[in-house]
Design a protein around this ligand. Structure first.
Ligand code: 13P
Ligand code: ZN
Length: 283
């Protein structure tokens, strides 16, 4: 591609070729094909290095400023690629520029500067409070965290109707449904109360739990996951969802006759060098 002179800065690369755009296209397409993001369900935010962004975009060229009604000043100046509100994940691969946006948290912490995307005049996901608050919370315990992902994973969602919502009980069932689970999420999963989606209240509740676990259940709605890269967060959700699917089959087959014992789980943790969340095993 020929270099483009853009506001005095030579921007020589096509953003549709940017690895972070490709990763967003790939993950939203996969989430759609899993059936976890019907219609406009789900949202993804990906924290980007300034250097990666400025290879493709002129940071001085703000397309428009979009207000938010919560305080994002802890991450002012940070860049994210974010799925659009009301956008269908099935459509992202055919039109990334309409369905995704690259934005920077403005200096006032109360708005974001759009640098690219949402070409039809769209906005970032309505779940931006939960995402940005979760980024802030997660970065405080893991400075390498980059991604927050929300989806309507079918069997996990179903479990929030039929299973005890106590996080210890919920975690233990998932750990028992597949030997890999304890190794993948030894810290367990959190569960928050049912709250209005898109609200600051659900954002605060989610972010608080993100300091302890990388998976947070939203009862009767879906799941939130975080991770350092797409594989980590996608793999986390996929593993928990698989366990929930097995649980669904087990219930349909007449219920549990035998399962992983707490001794099995302890041996597993020792073999793989992970520490199960304190107090979650009966030993
Ligand atoms: P958005 O389309 O605003 O991202 O909302 C989808 C969703 O899943 C809300 O929880
Ligand atoms: Zn949702």
């Amino acid at each position: 591609m020929r270099p483009i002179k853009n506001g005095g800065i030579i921007v020589s690369k096509n953003i549709l070729e940017a690895p972070f755009v490709k990763e967003m296209v790939e993950v939203t397409t996969n989430l759609y094909h899993h059936g976890w993001d019907e219609r406009n369900g789900g949202n993804v935010t990906y924290l980007l290095d300034e250097k990666a962004v400025t290879e493709y975009l002129d940071p001085t060229k703000v397309v428009r400023n979009i207000p938010m009604d919560f305080d994002g000043s802890a991450i002012k100046g940070k860049y994210f690629i974010v799925t659009g509100s009301g956008k269908y994940f099935k459509n992202v691969k055919n039109d990334p520029a309409c369905n995704l946006g690259v934005l920077r948290v403005a200096d006032d912490g109360q708005s974001v500067d759009l640098l690219w995307g949402y070409t039809d005049g769209g906005k970032p996901t309505s779940e931006l409070p939960a995402h940005l608050m979760s980024h802030i919370a997660r970065l405080s315990v893991d400075p390498e965290n980059r991604i927050v992902m929300h989806c309507h994973a079918t069997h996990l969602l179903a479990m929030t109707f039929s299973h005890d919502l106590d996080p210890r009980a919920f975690t233990r069932t998932l750990w028992q449904m597949c030997t890999e689970c304890l190794v993948v999420f030894p810290e367990g999963v959190s569960v928050i109360p049912w709250l209005i989606p898109g609200s600051n209240e659900i954002g605060k509740a989610t972010a608080e739990k993100m300091k302890e676990t990388r998976l947070v259940m939203w009862p009767q709605h879906g799941v939130y996951g975080v991770g350092r890269d797409m594989d980590e967060v996608y793999g986390l959700i996929e593993t928990a969802e698989k366990a929930a699917q097995v649980y669904t089959y087990v219930q349909a087959q007449g219920g549990i006759k035998q399962t992983l014992t707490d001794e099995n789980l302890k041996k597993l943790a020792d073999a793989f060098g992970v520490t199960p969340r304190a107090g979650y095993l009966n030993l």
